[in-house]
Design a protein around this ligand. Structure first.
Ligand SMILES: *[C@@H]1O[C@H](CO)[C@@H](O)[C@H](O)[C@H]1NC(C)=O
Ligand SMILES: *[C@@H]1O[C@H](CO)[C@@H](O)[C@H](O)[C@H]1NC(C)=O
Ligand SMILES: *[C@@H]1O[C@H](CO)[C@@H](O)[C@H](O)[C@H]1NC(C)=O
Ligand SMILES: *[C@@H]1O[C@H](CO)[C@@H](O)[C@H](O)[C@H]1NC(C)=O
Ligand SMILES: *[C@@H]1O[C@H](CO)[C@@H](O)[C@H](O)[C@H]1NC(C)=O
Ligand SMILES: *[C@@H]1O[C@H](CO)[C@@H](O)[C@H](O)[C@H]1NC(C)=O
Length: 305
């Protein structure tokens, strides 16, 4: 296994193919020319429900940050730009010319697994069975582990992952795992809301939803959702080796606004009431930070601001 280590640690996603066995880990894009290509495989399409499996202790107000984010992806009622919905539509271009239509993501069911069904120290192989408790067709099942749950490789090599399962039939469903890094490794998995552990020392940004670990998870959720839709089974859009893919968002690590450079997230909007940094408006007057997405028409990273 190639563990991901870097002085600039950005959220990395790992893709798990059919059987849920990790192939290897993502890596930084530095050496590669920017060009994400389509490998002629599956893209998520149709009506997709995003189901949350809350593994561990989450309060209603914590959950609402994530459910509001999902509701913001397709909600046209948010009139302030840049909106989360406008950001999400950047991915429409990935579907153009493929004959596959852009999916509609809606909030599905929420399942509480607060009895820690697989314990509080999870192996990667535990994620798929936990994710399987959600709906298994036309679904993205998001396993959210609370701050007290350890997951193999969390912090060392990854902040979350996405994959598909359980088999190679048409009945695959997709899933995401995301951990709360608040106490375990905010410098790695909650940048830019936390100081980078081992990199340029820029002041951490004020998180728009009030908590470093939570807003860090939103950024990672956004990134993993983009990868899940455009590279669900490892044969969609990615750059590099299929085992270490750079996907729609991970091809643009650490970029959130114009003039971003390693250690600087870019020029963002600031909420005068709190000084929180954000770059997208969502439902319920929420403010979010969303990652840059690789824009196929300009061969570069597109930011909302
Ligand atoms: C990107 O890759 C595709 C497929 O390999 C190629 O056709 C295209 O010219 C490339 N574009 C750039 C800007 O490198
Ligand atoms: C989780 O919540 C339950 C019920 O509120 C509580 O008994 C338990 O101590 C909590 N566990 C942790 C690790 O916070
Ligand atoms: C697809 O490409 C065509 C031609 O460039 C363009 O008119 C159309 O708006 C594109 N659709 C999307 C969803 O990007
Ligand atoms: C988790 O993985 C470790 C190392 O691969 C192994 O020793 C351990 O038994 C596994 N734990 C469970 C609960 O499967
Ligand atoms: C993550 O953990 C921190 C520290 O316990 C807590 O303050 C925060 O609300 C948690 N966020 C979520 C989404 O659970
Ligand atoms: C926002 O930042 C400015 C400049 O640093 C400071 O004067 C102001 O008190 C801050 N406001 C809040 C709400 O923290």
């Amino acid at each position: 296994m190639n563990y991901f280590r870097s002085s600039l640690f950005f959220p990395v996603c790992l893709i798990i193919l059919s059987l849920g066995a990790p192939l290897s880990y993502g890596d930084l894009a530095e050496e590669l020319p920017m060009n994400l290509t389509y490998h002629n495989g599956a893209l998520l399409t149709g009506s997709i429900t995003v189901n949350f499996i809350w593994y561990g202790n989450f309060t209603a107000s914590q959950k609402s940050v994530f459910t509001d984010f999902i509701n913001s992806l397709s909600d046209g009622s948010v009139k302030k730009e840049p909106s989360v919905a406008t950001w999400w539509k950047t991915l429409n271009k990935y579907y153009n010319n493929t004959g596959i239509s852009f999916p509609t993501l809606t909030l599905g069911k929420q399942i509480d697994d607060n009895s820690y069904s697989h314990g509080d120290s999870l192996n990667i192989s535990d994620i798929l069975p936990i994710a399987s408790s959600g709906q298994q067709q036309n679904a993205i099942n998001v396993v959210m582990t609370s701050v007290d749950v350890g997951v193999e490789g969390f912090c060392i090599s990854r902040c979350g992952l996405h994959g598909s399962g359980p088999d190679s039939s048409q009945n695959r469903f997709t899933y995401i795992w995301l951990g709360n890094s608040s106490t375990q490794c905010p410098g790695q998995c909650a940048w830019p809301f936390s100081q980078i552990d081992d990199g340029p020392s820029t002041a951490p940004l004020v998180p728009p939803n009030g908590e470093v670990g939570t807003d860090g998870m939103v950024v990672n959720l956004a990134s993993l959702l983009a990868g899940t839709c455009t590279n669900p089974n490892g044969d969609g859009y990615f750059q590099g080796e299929p085992e270490t893919p750079l996907e729609a968002a991970t091809a643009c690590p650490g970029i959130y606004g114009k003039r971003a450079f390693p250690g600087y997230a870019g020029d963002l909007l600031i909420d005068p009431a709190t000084n929180a940094s954000y770059n997208a408006y969502g439902v319920n007057n929420r403010l979010f930070l969303v990652p840059a997405l690789f824009d196929l028409t300009v061969f570069g990273c597109a930011t909302t601001v």
